[in-house]
Ligand binder design. Structure first.
Ligand code: SF4
Length: 447
């Protein structure tokens, strides 16, 4: 592309779904002739793909936006876009708050970026937040990694977890057809990708909205069936999926993961709280006992499987004793990794309206104690790798030590070893583990 190509910049906040959307939107911008700019100040189209889950992410968006809005006063051709969950939730209010904005678009509109931008270039200020039917997307994402790619399989969520804005902002569940998913994976394999992660807010819901049932009344298309259907795509070496919901997680799925050699032994299953009362108040639809049973079942089939989760500290009404139940669950299960957050009320969610909010000081104290335990448990758990030979899929140079490359084990643990990225990128390498830390490993290459 020539030096004079217009440039774009995207800053992404939040979850993997947002990252996947950003990649798709980057793909669209590149097809429109824009070139990536790391520095937003060099870009003429700036897109903030936002997240409402964490308060500070929302505030950061406003502060970034404020700077660019000032820039726009002297560079009127600058195009400013807010996409994602804040856009969906705030809609036109955002335009009133930041009148310099050109486009406010909800996550369901990511595939429509080209049309929306064309309206902007014609001089309109556009808000696209109404619910739409997601048609099969033909856009080519610009993938961040050249080795590992995300593949959306289901959009939206029909659950009603009381702390979560996703159902409001991402709409009802809409599964892609197995054929379309397989086609995308085949294309990714042709482009040289080695690993794919199937994505959905509640991936266990995959296929519920697609037609057809088996003679026993089971949905014809489930996540398990999808894994069998896409498993043999040549060139793809590893398959992962996220995010699992304990309410819908099945033994059939566990069996498929054990049977299918490309599916990695890593399960990301958020538990959110280890206390049944709190789980009920969250409307999660399972008990901590049921959660434990799922993990036991996984370990029956795959004793070494890596288990990760998400957890919230300080949900409204959570007592110290209830919080202790969360700590107990973390200690008992022995997680490889837990993403933690202090509860933060999101507008429009039932939990935000509860009167019994936990104080900020208490939430942050609980979060700290939880993080401390998570790191302790993870580092104990990581020790099992010491001296073992692990298969690492090499992705990048270690940014902190350029003599090293980094990649992930099948259990999704970041692993470093000495090597040259030119010859190793995208390769599966046997690595003997010499050092373990809470969330990463170091080793030496064997072959
Ligand atoms: S399952 Fe619950 S937490 Fe996850 S996206 Fe749906 S409503 Fe939100």
């Amino acid at each position: 592309m020539s030096k004079s190509s217009p440039r774009y910049h995207i800053t992404t906040f939040g979850c993997q779904m947002n990252k996947a959307d950003s990649e798709r939107m980057a793909g669209i911008l590149e097809e429109m002739g824009f070139e990536w700019s790391e520095d937003p100040n060099q870009a003429s189209v700036i897109l903030y793909n936002t997240c409402t889950i964490r308060d500070n992410a929302e505030q950061k968006v406003y502060s970034y936006l404020g700077k660019q809005a000032k820039r726009k006063q002297v560079e009127p051709n600058l195009t400013l876009i807010v996409a994602g969950c804040v856009a969906q939730q705030e809609g036109e209010k955002l335009l009133r708050r930041v009148p310099e904005l050109d486009l406010v678009m909800g996550p369901q509109h990511a595939n429509q970026l080209k049309n929306l931008l064309e309206q902007v270039f014609e001089g309109n200020q556009v808000v696209a937040t109404e619910a739409i039917q997601i048609v099969e997307d033909i856009t080519k994402p610009r993938r961040e990694s050249k080795v590992s790619a995300w593949v959306n399989v289901i959009y939206g969520c029909n659950e009603r977890c009381t702390y979560c804005v996703v159902p409001n902002v991402r709409g009802v569940e809409q599964s892609r057809t197995p054929e379309a998913i397989r086609r995308e994976i085949e294309q990714l394999a042709e482009q040289g990708y080695k690993e794919i992660t199937l994505l959905g807010q509640n991936i266990d819901a995959y296929g519920r909205d697609l037609p057809g049932t088996t003679p026993t009344g089971r949905h014809l298309h489930t996540l398990t069936d999808l894994l069998y259907y896409i498993h043999d795509v040549p060139g793809i070496e590893r398959i992962r999926f996220a995010t699992s919901h304990p309410r819908y997680f099945t033994e059939r799925l566990i069996r498929a993961c054990q049977e299918l050699p490309k599916v990695c032994e890593h399960f990301h299953i958020p538990f959110q709280s280890g206390d049944n009362e709190i789980l009920k108040a969250m409307a999660r639809g399972y008990t901590q006992q049921k959660y434990r049973q799922i993990i036991e079942k996984i370990r029956e089939y795959m004793p070494d499987a890596a288990i990760s989760a998400d957890a919230i500290a300080g949900f409204p009404g959570e007592t110290e004793a209830q919080f202790q139940n969360t700590l107990q669950l973390v200690a008992d299960i022995g997680f490889d990794q837990v993403n933690t957050a202090a509860y933060s009320p999101r507008p429009g969610t039932p939990a935000a309206l509860l009167a019994n909010q936990v104080s900020e000081a208490e939430k942050s104290d609980r979060l700290q104690r939880l993080n401390h335990l998570v790191a302790l448990v993870a580092s104990q758990r990581r020790e099992r790798y010491l001296g073992r030979i692990e298969e690492v899929l090499v992705e990048e140079t270690n940014p902190k030590n350029t003599n090293q490359v980094m990649g992930r084990t099948r259990g999704n643990c970041l692993t470093f070893f000495d090597g040259d990225i030119e010859s190793l990128k995208g390769k599966l390498v046997k690595v003997k583990i010499k050092e373990t830390r809470a969330f990463s490993l170091t080793g030496v290459q064997l072959d």
